[in-house]
Design a protein around this ligand. Structure first.
Ligand code: DAH
Length: 356
C-alpha cells in the first residue's frame, strides 16, 4: 500500500471513531508498537541510505499528521461526551421539592427572632456592634476602669498587643453596643442588641461563645417603673403565659445604678420547669438604671438624660423555654439534636401568628 493510501485509510478511521475507546483502537493500530506506521518504520533499516532518508522523512510527516488527527478527534469526542452528559443530567428547577426534611432552624435563631418580635412591638429597634471590641467600649465606657474587679469575672479573650500597647478583645457582653448607640444616635433611644459574646469558660452551662441580648432606653424621663413594665410585658409574651410574678433583687453592675437581677416564678414539678406557676424563683436577667458615667461616656449629658438597660442570656432563655438541658449541645452542629429541638423553616415567629 502506498504511503498516501495508508494515510487516507488511517485518517478515515480516525474520523469514523465514534467514541474514545474506538479512537484508542485506531491509535494502537497505527502508531502502537505493532501499528501500521510503526511497521513501516521497521522497514527503514533494510533500505539503502539515500532511500532511507527520503522514506524516513515521509514517514515522520505521516506520523505527525496521524498524531494530530488523533488528538483533534479526541478533543472533539470529549466535548461531545460532555454535551451529552449536560443534556442528560438536566434538572427541572421548577419541579416541586420532595418533602425531605434536612436541617431545621436552630433554637437560638428561633428565640432571637422571638425576642426581636416582642421588643419590636414595644417600639425597640435592633442595634449591632462588632465582635472584636476595644477596651473603651467593652470596659472603660461601661464604668469598668482597668483596676475594676468586675473585669476579672469576665474571663476575657485578648488579642495580641498592638504597637501602641493596647489589646483588642472579643466582646465579653453585648453592653458595648449601648455606648456605640449613644455615640451614634440622638435620644430618645430605644434599642435591643442581640448578638454573640465570648468568655474563656466551658461547662454544662457555659460555652466560650454564647449569645446575649442587650436592651437600652435613654430619654429625659424614663424611670424604673418603665423598666419593670417593659420587662414584665416581655416575660409574659416570651414565655407565652397570662401572668408571671417577678422579683427585682438588688444587685450590682458597674454600668447601672441601682442594679437589679430579675427572677420570675416557676415550678419544677415532674422535673420540668413551668414558668408563671409555682413559687420557685428563676433568675433570667440583669438590669438597672444606666449609670451617669455611662451616659457621659456615650457623649450625653447625665443631668439631662436618663434611662434603663438590661442584659439577658439568649441561650439560657432558649434552654428554659424549650426544655433543653445542656448548653454545649447548642454549638455541636449535631443534625439529630437539631431535628429534635429545631424549628421548621417556615415557622416564623410573630406576635399575631404565635411565637412557637
Ligand atoms: N453585661 C452584663 C453581663 O454580661 C449583663 C447586664 C446586666 C447588662 C445589667 C445590662 C445590665 O445592660 O443593665 O454580665
Amino acid at each position: 500500500m502506498s504511503l498516501e493510501s495508508l494515510e487516507q485509510d488511517i485518517l478515515a478511521q480516525v474520523a469514523a471513531a465514534s467514541d474514545e475507546a474506538a479512537l484508542e483502537a485506531v491509535r494502537i493500530a497505527s502508531l502502537g508498537k505493532k501499528g501500521a506506521v510503526s511497521e513501516r518504520m521497521k522497514e527503514l533499516g533494510a533500505m539503502a541510505p539515500e532511500e532511507r532518508k527520503a522514506a524516513g522523512a515521509a514517514l515522520n510527516v505521516l506520523k505527525d499528521k496521524v498524531a494530530e488527527a488523533l488528538s483533534a478527534r479526541k478533543a472533539a469526542l470529549q466535548e461531545l461526551a460532555l454535551e451529552a452528559r449536560l443534556a442528560s443530567e438536566k434538572i427541572d428547577v421548577t419541579l416541586p421539592v420532595r418533602p425531605l426534611q434536612q436541617g431545621t432552624v436552630h433554637p437560638v435563631s428561633q428565640v432571637w427572632e422571638e425576642v426581636v418580635q416582642i421588643f419590636g412591638d414595644l417600639g425597640f429597634a435592633v442595634a449591632e456592634g462588632p465582635h472584636i471590641e476595644d477596651d473603651f467600649h467593652n470596659f472603660d465606657a461601661l464604668n469598668m476602669p482597668p483596676e475594676h474587679p468586675a473585669r476579672q469575672e469576665h474571663d476575657t479573650f485578648y488579642f495580641n498587643e498592638k504597637p501602641d500597647g493596647t489589646r483588642m478583645v472579643l466582646r465579653t457582653h453585648t453592653s458595648p453596643v449601648q455606648i456605640r448607640t449613644m455615640l451614634s444616635e440622638k435620644p430618645p433611644i430605644r434599642i435591643i442588641a442581640p448578638g454573640r459574646t465570648f468568655r474563656s469558660d466551658s461547662d454544662m452551662t457555659h460555652t466560650p461563645m454564647f449569645n446575649q441580648i442587650e436592651g437600652l432606653v435613654i430619654d429625659e424621663t424614663t424611670h424604673m417603673g418603665h423598666l419593670k413594665w417593659v420587662l414584665h410585658e416581655f416575660c409574659k409574651a416570651f414565655f407565652e403565659v397570662d401572668d408571671v410574678k417577678m422579683r427585682f433583687r438588688a444587685s450590682h453592675f458597674p454600668f447601672t445604678e441601682p442594679s437589679m437581677e430579675i427572677d420570675i416564678n416557676c415550678s419544677w414539678e415532674g422535673g420540668q420547669v413551668k414558668i408563671g406557676v409555682g413559687d420557685s424563683w428563676l433568675e433570667i436577667l440583669g438590669s438597672g438604671m444606666v449609670h451617669p458615667n455611662v451616659i457621659k461616656a456615650g457623649g450625653l449629658d447625665p443631668s439631662k438624660y436618663q434611662g434603663f438597660a438590661f442584659g439577658m442570656g439568649l441561650d439560657r432563655v432558649a434552654m428554659l423555654k424549650y426544655g433543653i438541658p445542656d448548653l454545649r449541645a447548642f454549638f455541636e452542629a449535631d443534625l439529630r439534636w437539631l431535628r429534635h429541638y429545631g424549628f421548621k423553616a417556615l415557622q416564623v415567629p410573630t406576635l399575631a401568628g404565635g411565637l412557637s
